[in-house]
Design a protein. Structure first.
Length: 244
């Protein structure tokens, strides 16, 4: 991998700030409706782990917090259910979805297929700015890989790098679809990248992917992306199996 320059770091800092870990971050519209704003804020708490799987989400409690009637809150919960972060149960109301091996496999499989499309489009365009982002981003990953407390931040940074790559594909709908799936998969990624061993292995694959990008090798990029995804998913599934 080529040496990271000050210019690379500046470009990466710009893009890192541009990628938000929330619902509707890639929304094409200038503003969000009130239910969408509530859904984004509550979804943030789910993804960050502030609301654990199985936690109840009360309509009245949210209405009181956001000073709204229950109608917009109910619509916000429907949005969260559509995005796979909340489940509405008869007579129990809304709860944060439990992590499941079945959902894990489905979400990672679909995201991997869509990311293949994004990689092929990016490799056709060959944007030099993306190379700068990758080099600086992987350098940052390296500092987090050996930090015992860096697991969640490491996973969030891989999320950002994936979404930055898809932005350079030039396909806004594809970018939004991958963003939604990545948000659903982020809780699993945090689980799969929790250990130092797993993060160091992931970092090795990211370094190889950066070298492949420097040669604009689409096949190698796709293979390495799938390998990262599969290994992270396997670890998350193993840990979920142990906790069942």
């Amino acid at each position: 991998m080529s040496k990271v320059t000050a210019s690379d770091q500046a470009i990466f800092a710009h893009w890192e700030k541009a990628i938000e870990l929330r619902l509707f971050a890639d929304s094409a519209g200038p503003t969000l409706s009130v239910p969408e704003q509530v859904a984004a804020k509550v979804g943030n708490r789910v993804v960050a782990g502030a609301l654990a799987p199985g936690s109840r989400i009360g309509e009245q409690e949210l209405a009181d917090e956001f000073k709204l009637s229950r109608g917009p809150v109910r619509e916000a919960i429907r949005i969260l259910e559509r995005e796979g972060l909340v489940q509405v149960l008869p007579r129990r109301g809304a709860i944060v979805t439990q992590l499941s091996p079945t959902e894990l496999r489905e979400v990672f499989e679909i995201r991997s297929g869509l990311f293949d499309i994004a990689v092929r489009k990016v490799m056709q365009e060959r944007p030099p700015e993306l190379l700068a982002v990758m080099r600086a981003g992987v350098q940052r990953l390296q500092t987090l890989a050996d930090d015992p407390a860096g697991g969640d931040t490491y996973a969030e940074l891989t999320y950002r790098l994936i979404l930055i790559c898809t932005r350079f594909s030039g396909n806004e709908r594809l970018s939004r679809m991958i963003a939604a799936l990545s948000l659903q998969s982020l809780r699993y990624s945090k689980l799969g990248l929790a250990s130092l061993e797993r993060r160091r292995r992931s970092l090795h694959l990211w370094k190889l992917a950066t070298k492949a990008m420097e040669h604009w090798d689409a096949d190698a990029m796709m293979q390495l992306a799938r390998q990262r995804s599969e290994e992270s998913a396997e670890e998350a599934a193993r840990l979920l199996g142990e906790s069942a």
